[in-house]
Design a protein. Structure first.
Length: 301
């Protein structure tokens, strides 16, 4: 029995793709992917209150996060996540959702997907559904390609359309993993994921070495090796189409990042730095008019 007025708060983590290989186009129109995804310490805060009324959502945002990019509330991934859970499990309750957004919208950092994943996990607890994570990941895949990875959490290998997700290190996760510091910058441009994928015409992949080199750099926390191993098959398309994104990447490189990569399908770019102090030094060199944030990758498991 769900009691009205129960409240829980969830931090929904943004993600970066340290590698994103596009392996081909599928018959269903999507693309076959292989990607290493890691959550980072930039979060949206979700507050869920159980009600007897219909599900409704309100939003607030940090300065620099443009809520006008959100689109109609009814189509929002977070609201759709709540409704799908409600329907699938015949829940006789509603939820009041409030999201405080810090993750740039449409920025390739999985903000919408992170919120949807947070809602799925949060309502599983709030409504005492006790559904296993695997089942919630399948449900998440109905909402978007990045959602299963964020329901799973930790460093993951994402394959297929995005629906095949497993922990990057399987049964042998590193006992200690310092992770990486990085500076994320967003030029305030919206890149349409669908348009970017549509322009993909095949390209170079370096075979299994991309995956192998990045996962061993994460295992050993070797940031220089990780900087060498960064790969995003969508990057040439986005840099060619959106000058502002390429320029933002150049600013991160000039400010001293060890390696710079487009995040997902953009428009955010991130630069790996040696440590927190190096990240602060890089941040000081960036124009204060450019939205940027210094973050750390979350634990691998
Ligand atoms: O699944 P999601 O809604 O996040 O995907 C947005 C768009 O990105 C899809 O409509 C599709 O055009 C493209 N996409 C793709 N292959 C993937 C993931 C996304 O072509 N694996």
């Amino acid at each position: 029995m769900v009691s009205a007025g129960s409240v829980i708060t969830i931090e929904a983590f943004a993600k970066i793709n340290l590698t994103l290989e596009i392996l081909g186009k599928r018959l269903d129109g999507y693309h076959e992917l292989r990607s290493i995804v890691m959550p980072v310490s930039l979060t949206d805060t979700i507050t869920l209150t159980s009600t007897y009324a219909q599900t409704a959502m309100t939003l607030t945002a940090n300065p620099g996060v443009n809520l006008s990019h959100i689109g109609p509330i009814d189509k929002n991934l977070a609201v759709r996540a709540a409704r799908i859970i409600q329907e699938r499990y015949h829940v006789n309750a509603g939820a009041r959702i409030h999201i405080h957004k810090r993750i740039p919208i449409g920025g390739g950092l999985g903000g919408g997907s992170a919120d949807a994943a947070g809602i799925i996990l949060g309502l599983n607890t709030l409504w005492q559904l006790n559904r296993p994570c695997d089942e919630l990941m399948v449900l998440g895949a109905e909402l978007g390609s990045d959602v299963p990875a964020l329901v799973h959490g930790g460093a993951v290998l994402m394959e297929g359309r995005g629906e095949r997700v497993c922990g990057l290190f399987g049964d042998t996760p590193p006992t200690e993993c310092a992770g990486f510091w990085l500076v994320i910058a967003n030029p305030g441009i919206m890149c349409s994921t669908a348009d970017v994928f549509k322009k993909w015409r095949g390209g170079l992949t370096a075979g299994p070495s991309i995956l192998h080199n990045m996962s061993s750099s994460i295992r050993t926390s070797d940031v220089s090796a990780a900087a060498e191993a960064l790969h995003n098959g969508l990057q040439p398309i986005v840099y060619a189409e959106y000058h502002g994104v390429a320029q933002t990447a150049a600013h991160l490189r000039e400010a001293g990042c060890l390696g710079v990569l487009l995040s997902g399908s953009g428009a955010s770019v991130f630069g790996l730095v040696r440590d927190e102090a190096h990240g602060q030094e890089v941040s000081r060199k960036l124009d204060s008019g450019l939205w940027h944030v210094l973050v750390h990758t979350c634990p691998v498991v």
